[in-house]
Design a protein around this ligand. Structure first.
Ligand SMILES: Nc1ncnc2c1ncn2[C@@H]1O[C@H](COP(=O)(O)OP(=O)(O)OP(=O)(O)O)[C@@H](O)[C@H]1O
Ligand SMILES: O=P(O)(O)OC[C@H]1O[C@H](OP(=O)(O)OP(=O)(O)O)[C@H](O)[C@@H]1O
Ligand SMILES: O=C(O)c1cccnc1
Length: 472
């Protein structure tokens, strides 16, 4: 969702505009280029990353325009009037290749390729990185929470702790990654997400006593009624009062959905509360928990035998703790017919030249075996071996393995090439793809590294460019 539409062309780093102006003034505006988007490290120590944000990126691209206010602003900052005249009619007309949202992706893979004129592709960099890095980060975090929570309910509660408006995209990404619902009503409205909510301590405190507070809430919101039981004393007051109200509701033909624990030892309290509810004949009343949860605490609670049916997770999800950003980058790989490369002291930071695609190979049991980065023009059927990017004596034979090309053309001539998908469809796709990873790659900590190899043709091209540069 684009929250900046009036000024969307300004939603970029100034250096993109300076470079675009330079390309324009030096007569290079019709140079054609290819840029690759890739990241170098899976966040959170995960063995993989979930790709998210593509549909929002398309919206931002369609709105990436410069109205008169924006032009006047840039004029005051010294941009050349001929370039500003060009910007008045600017519209991205390039071509984008990408996987489906919800895809499982790995470090170094050129996940998104952008082809077009040098100015339009350069101007796209910041907004593309802003959108894909953040949503992929949060979708990956949500998937880790889903991994820990199994099929228990997961609610995203993070708006109050989020980095401002980023929460709009964050809630969407969280649902793609496996969370069931969000407390953020605007994201729910904008994206058709499930919204959910209980009540705060202020509601309980606003009444003379807890029992009255519970009764009034149950009267006004009998459907999906969840009572927060820790305002005064969870086991001596909150749970007994919730039981009274649950029984009163049952007499009216209604049902208390759940209680929510929000402090203390959540494993201990949930076991005690479960017993009290069961003893009162309220087996159907569920127990929710919140309070600075993350995937490790949820896993630990379940390992401790906590009787918790659902978790509300705020800050640790929406801010992507402990990795505040995905390190995705956008690098030039071809200008006109010239392949380009960026070298680095660190060989892992060298880029890959040319237009490329990603091939995914499968094991016999239909699980992901390895991915390969190959040149776009290569015939996949001709690729017999893939090589480690740095240690080329390490190789894997892929002859005869089932394979698929992971990226396809998704945007061309100012239009997305597929119908917008609902979030549930994207989330289902994420679930399917995660299920195709082997357990060792899904391992929560110290996962087995997934193989991403290169084709021989790509290695040859890369090494030729490196030696050409060194010879110069
Ligand atoms: N049984 C448990 N095992 C592991 N972590 C837990 C357990 N119970 C609670 N936690 C986590 O411990 C952290 C701190 O809990 P703590 O008991 O200090 O909070 P609290 O002081 O009760 O809550 P508050 O500060 O909101 O009043 C939270 O992140 C919580 O999710
Ligand atoms: O996962 P988290 O980042 O903890 O977000 C969820 C928390 O937010 C709310 O508490 P609130 O902010 O009202 O204050 P509290 O933590 O003192 O209850 C809610 O009751 C949860 O405890
Ligand atoms: O609905 C809730 O219980 C809720 C929502 C946001 C943050 N904490 C709790």
């Amino acid at each position: 969702m684009n929250l900046t539409n009036k000024y969307s062309g300004l939603f970029t780093d100034q250096y993109q505009l300076s470079m675009a102006e330079g390309y324009f003034l030096t007569g290079r505006r019709s140079d054609s280029v290819n840029f690759d988007y890739f990241f170098r490290k899976n966040p959170f120590g995960s063995g993989f990353t979930i790709f998210a944000g593509l549909q929002d990126l398309f919206e931002l691209i369609l709105d990436f325009k410069f109205d008169q206010d924006a032009i006047d602003f840039l004029h005051k900052r010294g941009f050349h009037s001929d370039f500003l005249d060009y910007l008045k009619d600017f519209q991205f007309q390039g071509t984008i290749y990408a996987p489906k949202e919800g895809e499982v992706i790995f470090p170094t893979e050129p996940v998104v390729s952008v082809e077009g004129t040098i100015i339009e592709c350069q101007l796209l960099e910041t907004v593309l990185l802003n959108t894909l890095n953040f949503q992929s980060l949060i979708a990956t975090k949500a998937n880790r929470l889903r991994h820990s929570a199994g099929d228990r309910t997961l609610m995203e509660f993070g708006m109050r702790r989020a980095q401002g408006w980023a929460v709009i995209h964050g809630s969407r990404a969280a649902v793609i990654g496996g969370v069931d619902s969000t407390s953020n009503v605007l994201s729910a409205y904008l994206y058709g997400l499930e919204s959910s909510g209980t009540q705060a301590h202020s509601w309980i405190q606003s009444f003379e006593d807890e029992l009255t507070a519970f009764r009034k809430f149950a009267e006004t919101r009998p459907k999906h009624c969840v009572l927060l039981v820790d305002t005064y004393h969870t086991l001596n007051s909150g749970v007994p009062n919730a039981i009274i109200v649950a029984k009163e509701m049952a007499e009216r033909g209604e049902q208390l959905s759940a209680i929510r624990l929000d402090s203390g030892d959540l494993a201990y309290l949930s076991k005690k509360a479960r017993k009290m509810l069961d003893d009162a004949g309220l087996k159907e009343v569920k127990i929710m928990a919140s309070n600075r949860l993350d995937e490790y605490i949820i896993k630990s609670l379940i390992d401790q035998g906590a009787k918790i049916d659902g978790f509300g997770v705020g800050g640790n999800l929406i801010t992507g703790q402990k990795d505040g950003a995905l390190d995705g980058v956008y690098k030039l790989s071809q200008v006109n017919h010239r392949h380009t490369i960026k070298l680095s002291e660190d060989v892992y930071k060298r880029t890959l030249p040319g237009k490329k695609k990603i091939v995914r190979y499968y094991n016999d049991d239909d699980k992901f075996y390895a991915d390969a980065i190959v040149l776009a023009e290569e015939n996949v059927a001709d690729i017999a071996t893939i090589y480690h990017p740095q240690y080329t004596d390490k190789k894997s034979i892929v002859t005869g393995l089932k394979s698929e090309v992971l990226i396809s053309k998704v945007f061309e001539k100012g239009k997305a090439l597929f119908k917008e998908k609902g979030i549930h469809e994207i989330s289902e796709y994420r679930k399917l793809r995660v299920s195709q990873l082997t357990e060792d790659h899904k391992r929560f900590e110290f996962p087995h590294r997934y193989k991403v190899g290169l084709s021989e043709s790509l290695i040859d091209l890369r090494d030729t460019l490196i030696s050409d540069i060194k010879n110069k």
